[in-house]
Design a protein around this ligand. Sequence first.
Ligand code: ADP
Length: 490
Amino acid sequence: MKVLYCVSEAVPFVKTGGLADVAGALPAALAHLGHDVRLVLPRYRSISTEGLAPLFPLRITLGDATVEGAVLEGRSPAGIPIYFIECPRLFDRGGLYGEGGRDYADNLARFAFFSQAVVAIAAQAFPPDLIHCNDWHTGLVPAYLRLRERARQQGAWPALYTVHNIALQGSFPAEQFPLLGLPRDYLAPEGLEFWGQVNCMKAGLVYADLINTVSATYAREIQTAEFGAGLEGVLVARHRDLYGVLNGVDYTQWDPRVDAYLPARYDPEDLDGKRLCKRALQKEAGLEVLPYAPLLAMVSRLTDQKGCDLVAAVLPALVERGVQFALLGTGDPRYHALFAHLARDHPRHVFIALRFDEALAHRIEAGADIFLMPSRFEPSGLNQLYSMRYGTVPVVRRTGGLADSVTEATPGTLRDGVATGFVFDAYSPLAFLATVDRALDAFRDPVVWRRMQLAGMRADFSWDRSAQRYAALYREAVGRRVGGLAAGSP
Ligand code: ADP
């Protein structure tokens, strides 16, 4: 099947979070299954033009203006063809979505341009069987496809829309609607309007043929007021078209057997390398080099979503228990200040790195004993999957993909050797601390701990299975359009 996969970030080109990991790995896994998948990405300043070939110029209407750009062709290291959308006015900037903690004021124009460029590629360079859109940045693509359909233009390709995080919706004042060049009736409650605003996420949810999100639990959760961020009604209305597919792990990047970022490598049969990684991390972090002190860690965007307030609340109590803690993250300035303060108060036990650092993220995964993910909500979550592979036992809240991927330690699961982590329910410091305490108890029992580490390291969350599920969704979307003729073809 021919698939145009459009997304605002992808490893190894640009990354702010898990979306980039998915966009780097899923297309390659689909290609491995025999599909012709091509990526569309904005050409941000940090992406070099070296080796990119101009394909065709773009002239895109945004309101009264015509904005010029170009499509450049390249390839990912894995051999996936990539169309880069060049438009210096919109994308030649220091950040992806904003700078200094503030979103760019013209983000609607930027991603309306990008979305129209995706449709132009389908029309002029690569007519796909299906267009796969991801998150709010490409939510307008299905709206533009519907417009073609309405105008009876050739090529109104079916679209699958994937929600990676319902909380980030791309919401803009209605005054900016004319930018989009869409008929007035699109700005309606049954269209992309939401509480008087243009809502790009809603455009994707309303106009795509099929919708999915990144775990089965999150697919259920977002149909409720607690998790739906206001869009639960739209999702309930489309629940027959809504699926959950758990993200996978790219084990060529995230596996302690092969990870080039680590000071030592290891595997389930021999964990000596992990001990060396812990030692090296303690040294790097300025913590005491104590092999038996439990080293807890977190690598995360520092936002309300990730449970940073819970971690900050329990940290002093954990320090009293002799625990060491390493955190790598960036985000909300409030949390920067809070964690910097905690590090100052407990310099011998707490290490805080407030930056984005891919290599350190790998070294922390390998060097830590316990990984903390007490998220309020977590669509899929990747770090808990990475942690398990690195023998770093996760403590997670029972939500979204965390609930779907971590097997809670109970007498039964421990006996059967399938327990991979510790899980708690109530979003409260008390519940969280009690669960970390359970993890610390288990850590002190080398036999139990080793069993849990091995169960996690041997669990398989590779992309193959998830890629097959995406391929089935593609067939379903295409099949609906052509009366089932395409179903079954790869
Ligand atoms: P989300 O997509 O919500 O940010 P995920 O757990 O799905 O959360 O994915 C987060 C990804 O981003 C992981 O690959 C993680 O290692 C990485 N990451 C997050 N913050 C940082 C950071 N400060 N430095 C390096 N990598 C980070």
